[in-house]
Design a protein around this ligand. Structure first.
Ligand code: UD1
Length: 339
């Protein structure tokens, strides 16, 4: 089944947006999710946006027997593997939880793909693999730095596992997409990010502050060696990011990949500072945000942004959404959640 895709973690933030874009592009999607950090409601949002309800199986990708049943029951050529834990701080406190979940789930999926002769695998990697890069912007050939957290280490390890599995299995092809900082929500405000507890990431913290759930945003550091002293990141709209998955899967399905294992940066190519992002949010939504400057956050890199030429040229993909529109969508989603 060329046009059928198994999406693990499909009820999550990036997974649900990608499921929408896959359906819009004519794919049939089977979602596997254990709902440990996601909500079934996301799939209802997918249905409302697309008019199609994706097949949903509640299962844990580490559960080999449950996953085997999925492979036995459904024919699909392609898998997009989103299912993973993603909180940096938690990974430092509970490394075993991260290694067990993020590595075991991926190895299980890859082994089953080999056993069942399934061909194409897309993996959610992260710009975190570059660490504190010496030269910016980073290209896919920029050497990876040793990971600074167990979470980051699981992304590096999983990339290496994918490379080795592809090398050893002739029928298998894989792409790792290195996401920069995904933000925003679907313009319909029917799906978006659902942080549990106090958000670690900047944009959910901003929207919750604007909604009055958090009192004040702390800007972590204004004394970096950057134009305005705050950190620089490459904020990529989640819908643009979702579309990158569709073109990457299509490349594998069509056999247009140049190598059986490929890596692409998925970002805008534009560095944006924390102050710029906060100002952008205020202007885009005509409101004032309560914020203060706080000390640097341990583990933060000063700056990282993508060289996106490889994705532009090879995938024919580029980020299209304007930052203002993205920040408007983030706020619309936050308001939708509070209704
Ligand atoms: C973080 C992870 C990264 C992961 C990504 C997932 C770290 C070191 N990195 O990226 O591995 O892939 O999340 O989305 O945690 N900021 C504030 N105030 C806040 C929150 C953030 O000023 O309340 C600043 C940070 O200092 C940073 C920027 O906003 O400069 C972005 O932070 P965040 O959204 O947490 O993403 P990263 O740290 O870049």
């Amino acid at each position: 089944m060329h046009n059928r895709v198994l999406v693990t973690g499909g009820a999550g933030y990036i997974g649900s947006h990608t499921t929408v874009e896959l359906i819009n592009a004519g794919y049939e999607v089977i979602v596997v999710d254990n709902l440990s950090n996601s909500d079934r409601g996301a799939l209802e949002g997918v249905r409302q946006i697309t008019g199609v309800e994706p097949k949903f199986i509640e299962a844990d990708c580490c559960d080999r027997d449950a996953m085997r049943r999925v492979f036995e029951e459904y024919e699909f050529d392609s898998v997009i593997h989103f299912a993973a834990y993603k909180a940096v701080g938690e990974s430092v406190a509970e490394p075993a939880k991260y290694y067990r979940n993020n590595i075991l789930s991926f190895v299980t999926i890859l082994e089953l793909m080999c056993e069942f002769g399934r061909k194409n695998i897309l993996f959610s990697s992260s710009a975190t693999v570059y660490g504190d890069a010496d030269v910016l912007p980073v290209t896919e050939l920029t050497p990876r730095k040793p990971a600074t957290s167990p979470y980051g280490n699981t992304k590096q390890m999983a990339e290496d596992i994918l490379r080795d599995m592809v090398a050893a299995n002739e029928h298998l092809s894989g792409i790792a997409l290195r996401y920069f900082n995904p933000i925003g929500a679907h313009p319909s405000a029917l799906i978006g990010e659902l942080p549990r507890g106090v958000p670690n990431n900047l944009v959910p913290y901003i929207t919750q502050t604007a909604a009055g759930i958090r009192e004040c945003l702390s800007i972590f550091g204004d004394d970096y060696d950057t134009p305005d002293g705050s950190c620089l990141r490459d904020y990529i709209d989640v819908v643009d990011l979702a579309k990158a998955h569709v073109v990457a899967i299509q490349r594998l399905v069509d056999g247009r990949n140049k190598h059986r294992y490929e890596i692409f940066n998925v970002g805008t190519g534009r560095p944006v500072s924390v102050f710029e992002l906060v100002r952008g949010f205020e202007e885009a939504n005509s409101l004032k945000l309560n914020y203060k400057v706080a000390p640097r956050r341990a583990g933060d890199v000063m700056a990282v942004w993508a060289d996106t030429r490889l994705a532009n040229e090879e995938l024919g993909w580029r980020a299209e959404r304007e930052l203002y529109d993205t920040l408007r969508a983030a706020w619309e989603w936050e308001k939708h959640l509070r209704q």
